[in-house]
Design a protein around this ligand. Structure first.
Ligand code: SF4
Ligand code: SF4
Length: 367
């Protein structure tokens, strides 16, 4: 099985809907190049990704010519019977008949509690016994300690899907390396999500990207990020949420065939990773204490994150993050200066100063 998987959370969009004609072209090209793995989920594309997969993939290609992964939205299951209802809905929406890989989605925190409360673990195994699922696992967003607990309690899980990329490899927030090592210690296959960190590692500022450019001028930034992930032992799949043909072609090239990073290349990646890690960032932990008190309902943590992103990935990428964070919400310029947030922030962040910076950086030219 080739190691590149097609993530369907960022399919091409036209007029606010998944562009099916364009999606068909991307899927067809991917399959024609010998790749077979597709990953969807109940909630992607405003609950329409599974339908797009049915139309662009399942209805148009023999079922045995591709592998399909889907995920149980455990947070929507209030009682065990909900699991059956959701699963049957997924089978109907995709038209797939069965899932090759089935995951309990985004475990950690409240979602883990939700999975335990309805015993989603036994449910997944039951579906495997019924032949409706080939392999069971879960995707994960929490600490290595929590992962250790899950894998000790549920050795029946066959694989784990983790957020891994070179930028998050040693980060305190994601802890890619430690999560990966925990999964491998338990002998689990690993599927990687966000290898290019939502596309951001394909758009590094020129000064940060310089070591890559100097070493291999023709290699794309995305190819470095994907090869870092695919070179790790035990990684059976690296998912990329591709949105256009240029990304599909670039990724196909990277994996045809995949060449694992050698020692010199690993040193280049490490150099870039260290440079990224040294960029000072606003130490927001996204605890949301500030938003609880803000009368202007400003999405403060998301705005601070956009500011952090602007220091690493440049203003164009960060401006898009800012626009998305403030969509249907107040912008930074709506701050009333009441200072309520300052008293609530355990990190003593100078929130109002940062909001002024964000307003001047991202709202210029707004109507
Ligand atoms: S100072 Fe601004 S951001 Fe802070 S609570 Fe008041 S209105 Fe909200
Ligand atoms: S209170 Fe401080 S640390 Fe918590 S989300 Fe707000 S800015 Fe971030």
């Amino acid at each position: 099985m080739k190691q590149l998987g097609f993530g369907t959370m960022r399919l091409p969009v036209a007029h606010g809907q998944v562009d099916l004609k364009e999606t068909e072209k991307l899927f067809d090209r991917f399959l024609a190049a010998g790749f077979t793995y597709f990953d969807t989920a109940y909630g992607y594309h405003d609950y329409k990704s599974e339908l797009a997969v049915r139309e662009a993939l399942v209805k148009r290609h023999p079922r045995e010519s591709f592998l399909l992964a889907d995920k149980m939205p455990v947070w929507l299951a209030k009682e065990p019977a909900d699991l059956d209802r959701l699963f049957n809905e997924q089978l109907e929406k995709t038209g797939a008949g069965y899932f090759d890989y089935y995951l309990l989605h985004a475990l950690g925190g409240k979602n883990l509690e939700a999975a335990d409360a309805v015993d989603a673990w036994s449910f997944a195994l039951k579906k495997k016994d019924e032949g409706l699922v080939k392999r069971v696992g879960f995707s994960f967003h929490d600490t290595p300690e929590t992962l250790e607990k899950i894998l000790s309690a549920h050795p029946e899980m066959e694989f784990v899907q983790l957020q891994i990329n070179y930028a998050d490899w040693e980060s305190e927030r994601v802890q890619s390396r430690r999560c990966y090592e925990t999964a491998r210690r338990h002998g689990k296959d690993v599927i990687i999500m966000e290898p290019v960190r939502g596309g951001s590692l394909a758009q590094l500022q020129p000064s940060l990207a310089a070591p890559f450019e100097a070493y291999a001028p023709d290699a794309t930034l995305a190819s470095w990020a994907l090869r870092f992930c695919a070179s790790l032992d035990g990684v059976i799949m690296v998912l990329s949420g591709m949105s256009d043909m240029a990304q599909v072609e670039d990724n196909i090239k990277t994996f045809s065939p995949l060449s694992a990073l050698d020692q010199a290349e690993r040193a280049v990646v490490e150099k870039v990773r260290e440079a990224l890690a040294q960029i000072p960032s606003i130490p927001c932990t996204r605890c949301n204490y500030c938003t609880e008190t803000c009368p202007a309902e400003i999405p403060i943590p998301a705005i601070l994150r956009a500011l952090n992103d602007s220091r690493i990935y440049g203003d164009a990428y960060a401006a898009a993050q800012y626009a998305s964070a403030c969509k249907d919400k107040a912008q930074a310029s709506a701050c009333l200066g009441c200072e309520g947030c300052l008293f609530r922030c355990p990190q003593h962040i100078k929130i109002t100063e940062h909001l002024r910076e964000a307003a001047s950086k991202f709202e210029r030219g707004d109507d």
